[in-house]
Design a binder for this molecule. Sequence first.
Ligand SMILES: [Fe+2]
Ligand SMILES: [Fe+2]
Length: 358
Amino acid sequence: MLTENKILNSKILIVDDETLSIKLLQNILEKAGYENIFSTTDPREVLRLYKDIKPDLVVLDLNMPYLTGFEVMDQLKKLKDQSYLPILVISSMEALKDRFRALESGGKDFLNKPYDRREVLLRIHNIIEVRLLHQESLTQRKTLDRKVKQRTRELYNTQLDVINRLSRAVDCKDSETGMHINRMSLYSATLATKIGLSKEKCQLILNASPLHDIGKIGIPDSILLKPGKLDMDEWITMQTHTTLGAELLSGGTSKLLKLAREIALYHHEKWDGNGYPTKIKGTKIPLVARICGLCDVFDALTTRRPYKEPWSVEAAITEIQKCSGTHFDPKLVLYFIKCLPQILKIKEKYVDPISDSK
Ligand SMILES: [Fe+2]
Ligand SMILES: [Fe+2]
């Protein structure tokens, strides 16, 4: 609420080369109850004073030595975060063109000298009122912006929470541990950063990739947990974890869910088109799926699985290089090797509960 007190408390800066003019206006304002009045006779001082004081109103003369009132207004207009310049021009320039120019240059109102005491007070009151209302609406907008940002963050965190719980649900069924999910998603975000994807995209990859095998929820335990090699029928069923996952994640409107769906569907496609489920090849395979697919295989190779012992990092890299251009995007393989030091740090940090990596 805008009160009379607030208006009388507002800061007024008077700029006039004649000390007498300043004294006269100061007197009128003080008698009316205004408490924060500042002044200068040197227009070159205005910019500095304006930044220091942040006045709610500048009363500006036009005819001054060194800088005219027009030039002062030009300086003030260049200030950033200045959406409403509260300027009242008071001058003895009577020509209509000067009045127009003053208003066009940023003056909110114009008065001729000599002015009527009551009129000057009313005009000052009005400009300050608009200025304060403008400030209030700015503050409200900032508060609103902050609240919207906070809600958006909360919503995103809720999505992350749901994703974490869903990926834990797969962990319960699958023999792979939660550490696989941690490592694979961190590897993927590291590789994405290395190839120059935006910070936002890398963050999305980090948060969406844990759902790559969500479709395994629908695969029978007899297949999922089978220690030996799968027969042809079992293998075909196993492959459906990609389409099942995509189905589970379909219809999502957030960037996070859309990306998670893409990764779930395509993370087993191969560069030469011999992957599954759609057999698309090359750059037709979404980049995020190529990234996650490569990181998923690296982690699978270097850790123990029901059907195999863990490979050494060197053996895994040799295998990945061998499959560059057939299974994997050759460019991604090069970048993966470039970020191997970071990858190994992640691997060391997220070790499975019963250590099984070499
Ligand atoms: Fe998978
Ligand atoms: Fe995986």
